[in-house]
Design a protein around this ligand. Sequence first.
Ligand code: FDA
Length: 299
Amino acid sequence: MKLINNVIVSFVQILPKSIVHFFAKKYIAGETLNDAIKVSKELNSMGIFTTIDVLGEDVNTKKESEEAKNNCLAVLDAINKNKLKANLSLKPTQLGILIDRYFCMQQVGEILDKASDFDNFVRIDMEDSSLTDDTLELYNKLKNKYSNVGVVVQAYLKRTYSDVIKQSSPSANFRLCKGIYVEPEEIAFKDGNKIRDNYLKVLELIFQNGNYVGIATHDEFLIKGAYELIKKYNVSKDRFEFQMLYGVREELRDKINAQGYKIRIYVPFGEHWYNYSVRRLQENPQLAWYITKSIFSLS
Ligand code: FDA
């Protein structure tokens, strides 16, 4: 089954869009902001927080990027209006970092101004390694002015431990994830155990530094490791939260929630669902089984 799974994973990108959509729709709230609000309300009613993401990356023009910014502002308005326990996640490429870094900073600054008005928070997602320096620079500049901004660091990158050392001012706020992009082995761990080791090493550093962290993973080994570190450093509950992706390991989500830990779900929505969906499908270790089951339940 593992072999069939690997073959299907490598074929996902050449599948017709309609098929990708059929299998990936469980990872996406829907195409509209109302869909994301509805999902957030449902999760909030279960005591679960959310972070809403307007899907889209790699925009090519300032106009597209301004549209993305307006969508982010609309999300913040909707969160405020609906009194949701939710914040916003955004991607630097969506806000124009590849077009003009200063323009991107102004755009994210506008979003942070609005978030500040609503006492809300914005997380800057981390994209591929060609953008790590620029994203950290963007974060650092914004952090000097705003207290409601955080960034993502990726455990598969060999540089992350030293990046976290450099970023460890008291106000630093991280989401720690394994990392999703395909990176060369010169700069990234490829072995799953090494990625896990680095994840826990970086998490320990963040706890030692006293920074806030979103522990973003569905890997029970890492969640167990996080529990041990929380106990070891007696980390108070206002210094961390667990984070998971919408549509992934809901039973684990509910278990963490029932144990009384804060948990936040990443809720993506929008018309530009394709790239995100392909990444999620490729990460599903039961992709072959999932596809087979869906075909039979259709017939
Ligand atoms: P792993 O991939 O080993 O998954 C552990 C287990 O979870 C699997 O064995 C399986 O059971 C289940 N699982 C995982 N993915 C699944 C799927 N799609 N379908 C079904 N089951 C699945 N990355 C990045 O580079 N930049 C970023 O900004 C972010 N942001 C981010 C936010 C949040 C809230 C999360 C949870 C994750 C990210 N990521 C990310 C993605 C992250 O880097 C990573 O790719 C995924 O979380 C998967 O890694 P895990 O730690 O869950 O381990």
